[in-house]
Structure formats: C-alpha cells, structure tokens
Write a protein that binds this ligand. Structure first.
Ligand code: 5GP
Length: 196
C-alpha cells in the first residue's frame, strides 16, 4: 500500500550519508526561497521571449527542476550532459558532450542552468558551444558561485549564492555520485574525500 510522503520522516537512517556532512551551509528553506526569487526574476526578464532552459546534467538536475516550477512565462526545457576530459577531480576546461540537446537552439533565448561555477572553465566552453549555434541570446543561471576559484572570467547573470572555497554537496551536487539527494547544501568532511 502507498503512504503519503512526509518530509519529517526523512530521518538519518534514510539519509545515512548525512553524517559525512561537516556543516550545513545553506538550509533547504534558504535554497527554496532563493530559487523562487531567481524564477521570478527570470520570468520578468524573459516575458514574451519563450526561453529555453538548458540544465547541465547531472549536478543541475535538481536545481533545474525546482527553478522551472517558478518560471511563470512560456518556456521549454532541455538538458546537456557533459564530462571533463581526464581523471582529475579539478576541471580541465575541455568538455566532452555526453548527451546533446534534443532540440535546436538556433534563434532561441537560452538560459544555461548550472549547479556551481568554480574555475569557470566548463561554463566558458558551454557558452562557446551555444554561441556557435546562433542563439538569439545566452545567459547563465548558477545556483552556487565560488568566485575565489575563477581561472577564466565568465559572466554569470543569475546567481543563487556565493560560497566559500569548500567542497560542497547536496541539492544535486555529489561526491562520487552520493549526496545529491540532500535537500540542503553542506560542506563535506574533508576525511570523506581525502581533502585538507
Ligand atoms: P568549473 O569548470 O567551473 O571548475 O567546474 C564546475 C563543475 O565542477 C561543477 O559543475 C561541478 O560539477 C564541479 N564542482 C565544482 N566545485 C564543486 C563543489 O564544491 N562540489 C561539487 N560537488 N562539485 C563541484
């Protein structure tokens, strides 16, 4: 028999990985409030423009789905999946497209939806790809921004929150494919990823 979902039932035994989180940087409530504000702002800016939101898989899947529900103007949704070349955890900036867009974005107003902008290399590469497809315009909406780590200048038009130079997980962001299901953004214990 199916039971109604009640968030208060999500105890630590359902989310065993929570003990790996050192501290909560942004609560689920803070995140949701900001996503609603971003949605309202994008809706105002794209009135009559029929934008296409391009979510960057996998990290931005959760943010994209929430943001979409706060967009009040007609829009469409598409996804790209990318992966950095090489095995390093740090971004190389050279991106391989694992899954391309389903539809053409020629002459469309594109909003790239990212989880976090770190060095900016991935985003710059994606922006280049979009511009080569003759879009009407392209802007970026990132849930999190780590400006202290930028290696290349990149314009992020809509930013949820600036975060310090810490490895964060939750709200779609993973470490080794885990923690994406946390409804908040937390700082991972360095022991977990072998960090400082
Ligand atoms: P960039 O090319 O800007 O350095 O790389 C951005 C990508 O690196 C993000 O889309 C994300 O997948 C990953 N990344 C950067 N910082 C973090 C972080 O603190 N936590 C997690 N989980 N991923 C991160």
């Amino acid at each position: 028999m199916l039971h109604p979902f009640r968030p208060e039932q999500l105890s630590s035994d359902v989310r065993p990985s929570e003990s790996d989180v050192q501290s909560v940087l942004l609560s689920a409530e803070q995140v949701q409030e900001r996503v609603a504000e971003l949605g309202a702002q994008i809706s105002r800016d794209y009135e009559g423009k029929d934008p296409v939101l391009v979510g960057v898989l996998v990290g931005a899947a959760v943010f994209t789905a929430d943001l979409l529900r706060h967009i009040t103007v007609p829009c469409s949704l598409d996804f790209v999946a990318i992966s950095s070349y090489g095995k390093e955890s740090r971004s190389s900036g050279v991106v391989r497209i694992l899954k391309d867009l389903d539809e053409s974005v020629e002459s469309r107003h594109v909003v790239i939806v990212e989880d976090i902008v770190d060095t900016g290399l991935t985003l710059n590469y994606l922006l280049d790809i979009m511009r080569h497809r003759n879009v009407a315009s392209v802007r970026v909406c990132a849930m999190l921004d780590k400006p202290s780590r930028r290696l290349t200048s990149v314009d992020v038009d809509y930013i949820g929150f600036e975060v310090p130079d810490e490895f964060v997980v939750g709200y779609g962001l993973d470490f080794a494919q885990r923690y994406r299901n946390l409804p908040y953004v937390g700082i991972l214990r360095p022991e977990v990823y072998g960090g400082k």
